[in-house]
Design a protein around this ligand. Sequence first.
Ligand SMILES: NC(=O)c1ccc[n+]([C@@H]2O[C@H](COP(=O)([O-])OP(=O)(O)OC[C@H]3O[C@@H](n4cnc5c(N)ncnc54)[C@H](OP(=O)(O)O)[C@@H]3O)[C@@H](O)[C@H]2O)c1
Length: 315
Amino acid sequence: MRALVVARPGEPAALVERDAPVAGDGEVVLRTDWTSVNYKDAMAATGRQGILRSTPMTPGIDAAGTAPDGTEWVVTGAGLGERRDGGFAQAVAVERATAVRVPQAYGTRLAAAIGTAGVTAALSVLALERLGLPDGPVLVTGAGGGVGGFAIALLAARGREVHAATGRADELGRHLRDLGAAEVVDRRGAEPGRPLQPPQWAGVVDAAGGGPLVNAIAQTLPGGAVAACGLAAGADLPGSVLPFILRGVTLTGIYSVDLPAALRQAAWDLLVQHLPASTVESLVDREAGLEQVPALAQEVLAGRIRGRVLVAPGR
Ligand SMILES: NC(=O)c1ccc[n+]([C@@H]2O[C@H](COP(=O)([O-])OP(=O)(O)OC[C@H]3O[C@@H](n4cnc5c(N)ncnc54)[C@H](OP(=O)(O)O)[C@@H]3O)[C@@H](O)[C@H]2O)c1
């Protein structure tokens, strides 16, 4: 089969012919119909270290495909493209326990378009709702990316007033409003500001990390909550405890890789409940074959993608 493989640490992924995988205990081999280029995949495919735990390995943290019995499954995270060969291949072995039946509304193509980005957005919304938010708008950072796009659509569908923070307000304003954003705000001001800023957000879904995350925490209303799910702006947290101890703000972490089956299913159920296929489709920026992944990975890292990049390994 054809697959992208990172041969040695620090090397970019290259297209090779390799043996198709064999199912181990508790596993099934899927024909990979569709996968996607997540931020993590872009890092792995361009040779950045810290994603793949060993080499040689096929990157790709998502896969949506067909089992030998004709059933369709989607796997997000669960070690794909990190601890085990991932979705950038014509076939992939997955643990049955981590696979979710592809929702009828979507098919494998749109299930891959949702992928880790959509699941992460859904986990963020579930986490904020579990904490119980006060009234008020919810901020989504990294709005033009995959996680951001799905978060906007889900929060708006849940009846929230969503403010979308983006570095591409002129280019993406219309798209973000179509997804459900009530306001589109410029993401300028990445340096952390004062520890307590005028409170405005009942909740935050943050894909940025670093200064933008610290500022969002400092702007959260008393009793509000912030879901930290990304590091597009940085992995540091250069802030203050004052919002936590003077406003009762909660900071909650989102981890989409290893999930209890019930939580994984709850995330997909939320997506199916609120996102019609047309909304998912509106978040697809491009489609490509395996050979285009290395170039597309550079585009992802440069922040030039709007939403999601789909990959059809069979092309
Ligand atoms: N916790 C988890 O399990 C989990 C799961 C999935 C993803 N993630 C992380 O979440 C983040 C977003 O993932 P994604 O798939 O949505 O990536 P993506 O599609 O590449 O989107 C990232 C977005 O972040 C924004 N951004 C880029 N540089 C920024 C900066 N310096 N300051 C503020 N915003 C910046 C950009 O949006 P604008 O151009 O609109 O500003 C960009 O489109 C990544 O860091 C990823 O690793 C974590």
